[in-house]
Ligand binder design. Structure first.
Ligand code: SF4
Length: 321
């Protein structure tokens, strides 16, 4: 049985809404609203959902780039949210983030060599010779060559820049990486190269990923398990095949109905959700999809459905089940 590397329990991250001359707190944005999941060692757990559903805030909260409001995050047996700033700084070499945008995440005034040395200087006490060896090792691993070390980020293509971002994240040999939409800023032709690189690196370096994406095709390609998020909550969770072969929650069904079928002869019935996503400032009392769901019942308006196991490892939060 696989070992659990990361466990997230009832994680909440709320942001205050301030208004008026005195900037009084008048409410809270419930960006992440009580979510729980486990990530097995050397596997990929995907968080999927539309923009604004809370998936990036979840990734940043796990790594404590944002301090969550409450909940528990256990990484490799340690309660991450209880670590002091100093302890967290040391832990960070094992828990890294790959950013969405390789254009803005790399300092344009630093050469690739300096960009790659920076995490080594932060986390280790190494001689220049040891750093040089480590930099050459990672350049080779991400498919870049040593004669590119003195170049600046603007001298690279988008795909190459994302290879540099990946190299920066894994040069410290972390166990766990949150990849936040790592291919969405890239041309479709480059996306699969970067995805395949992430898969190869995972196998070789025994990495564990939380992979954040709005793109269901990408998620299906890379992940072992998936959680679908809507308005700060997980509405469906399970093994990737369970979710894609048998989506249960009306929101997941709508998302999947928008993905073109691989078989051109197989026509899909597109499910269009009516209306807009409700405000995360005052989330509805009942199901957050109530006003948009064509299967809604009276109970859905008043009672918030909790995530429960329906079959095997497949869980959903919907009163239909
Ligand atoms: Fe639709 Fe009700 Fe299920 Fe919510 S709980 S998704 S409103 S059927």
């Amino acid at each position: 049985m696989s070992k659990i590397l990361v466990e997230v329990e009832d994680l909440k991250t709320y942001f205050p809404v301030k208004s008026g001359v005195f900037k009084k707190v008048t409410g809270h944005v419930h960006a992440v609203d009580g979510i729980s999941f486990k990530v097995n060692e050397q596997e990929t757990f995907a968080l999927v959902g539309e923009s604004g559903c809370g998936k990036s805030t979840t990734g940043r909260s796990i790594l404590r780039i944002i301090d969550p409001t409450s909940g528990k995050v256990t990484f490799d047996g340690n309660d991450v949210l209880m670590l002091s700033k100093d302890e967290m700084r040391k832990k960070r070499k094992d828990m890294q983030l790959i950013f969405q945008n390789p254009y803005s995440s790399l300092n344009p005034r630093m050469t690739v060599k300096k960009l790659l040395e920076e995490p080594l200087i932060t986390h280790f006490e190494m001689t220049q010779k040891e750093m040089d060896e480590q930099v050459l090792w990672i350049m080779n691993k991400v498919g870049l060559s040593s004669d590119q070390l003195e170049r600046y980020p603007h001298q690279f293509s988008g795909g190459q820049r994302q290879r540099i971002s990946i190299a920066r994240a894994i040069i410290s040999k972390p166990k766990f990486v949150v990849a936040d939409e790592p291919v969405s800023a890239l041309d479709v032709s480059i996306q699969s190269q970067i995805l395949n690189l992430l898969i190869e690196l995972q196998k070789e370096l025994k990495l564990t990923y939380v992979f954040i994406s709005h793109d269901l095709n990408v998620v299906r390609h890379i992940s072992n398990s998936v959680a679908v998020m809507y308005l700060g909550k997980i509405v469906e969770k399970g093994l990737t095949d369970e979710i894609f072969e048998n989506p249960m929650h009306p929101y997941t069904q709508a998302l999947l109905s928008a993905v073109p079928s691989k078989d051109p002869l197989k026509k899909k019935n597109r499910i269009i959700l009516k209306g807009d996503v409700p405000s995360p400032v005052n989330p509805p009392k009942g199901c957050s999809l109530y006003l948009r769901c064509d299967k809604a019942m009276d109970i859905c308006k008043e009672n918030n459905p909790i995530l429960k196991t329906v079959e095997g490892t497949h869980e959903t939060a919907c009163h239909l089940y």
